[in-house]
Design a protein around this ligand. Structure first.
Ligand code: HEC
Ligand code: HEC
Ligand code: HEC
Ligand code: HEC
Length: 128
């Protein structure tokens, strides 16, 4: 009986650990092909850190009749799926889309005196 409890506990721990290890992997470099030849290095982005306190749809969207119907299986997970480099009549240009969303929110948190993310060019576009 004791061994059985121990075994179940160990198993639970392994599952938990594996879960966090996988989750911690959710950070990547944002480096859209559309920008080639690029002026600045790509941007290190900790996806997980952000969705721990935000809704997916705070950042991802797919507007139909003014309503955000995005879901992660719609195949529209990259900003460049809709925002072209120069922008068009539907959506603003790709660089402005990133900057308005990332910097806009970081500034909003800064204004509210909360812990926030980068605001200066070289903090996000850092050579690593
Ligand atoms: C909060 C992070 C952040 C800050 C601060 C920021 N950027 Fe960006 N920027 C991004 C992201 C994300 C992209 C999209 C990168 C990609 O897909 O390659 C981007 C794209 C760009 C691009 C187009 C890609 C290229 O290199 O040609 C340029 C140019 C650029 N930023 C310049 C700037 C400048 C200049 C500043 C300061 C005024 C700045 N950025 C501040 C996050 C940031
Ligand atoms: C703070 C903004 C933000 C939040 C919140 C966010 N994402 Fe993302 N997500 C991004 C950005 C930026 C990219 C990269 C876009 C690009 O390169 O064009 C991305 C990429 C993705 C991708 C494609 C890359 C990959 O990892 O396969 C998926 C899928 C995705 N997000 C799903 C989600 C889901 C599900 C949630 C909620 C649990 C979520 N995102 C929350 C900003 C966000
Ligand atoms: C399915 C297409 C699509 C995808 C994918 C998409 N956008 Fe958009 N985005 C739009 C359209 C269309 C608008 C204009 C909406 C309007 O004017 O009502 C827009 C508007 C915006 C705006 C203005 C504020 C707002 O939310 O309306 C920002 C900022 C923005 N997008 C950034 C991004 C970023 C960053 C990504 C990637 C994480 C992204 N978009 C992915 C289509 C898309
Ligand atoms: C809706 C709000 C919001 C959006 C959108 C957002 N951020 Fe953040 N970001 C934050 C906040 C808040 C923090 C500080 C979190 C903390 O300190 O706990 C942060 C922290 C960061 C950090 C520092 C922490 C780290 O990862 O090492 C980076 C870098 C960052 N964000 C990059 C980005 C980029 C790039 C984008 C756009 C693709 C983005 N953020 C979009 C709110 C946002």
């Amino acid at each position: 009986m004791r061994n059985r409890v121990l075994f179940v506990c160990c198993l639970a721990m392994i599952v938990l650990l594996a879960g966090t290890l996988v989750a911690q992997e959710d950070r990547f470099l944002i480096q859209s092909k559309a920008f080639e030849p690029r002026q600045r290095p790509g941007v290190e982005f900790n996806h997980l850190l952000h969705y721990e306190f935000l809704e997916c749809t705070d950042c991802h969207h797919d507007y139909v009749d003014g309503e955000n119907v995005w879901d992660m299986y719609s195949g529209k997970n990259y900003c460049s799926d809709c925002h072209t480099v120069n922008g068009d009549e539907h959506a603003m240009g790709l660089m402005d889309a990133f900057h308005e969303q990332c910097i806009g929110c970081h500034q909003e948190y800064q204004r509210r005196g909360l812990s926030t993310g980068y605001i200066m060019c070289g903090e996000c576009h850092a050579r690593r």
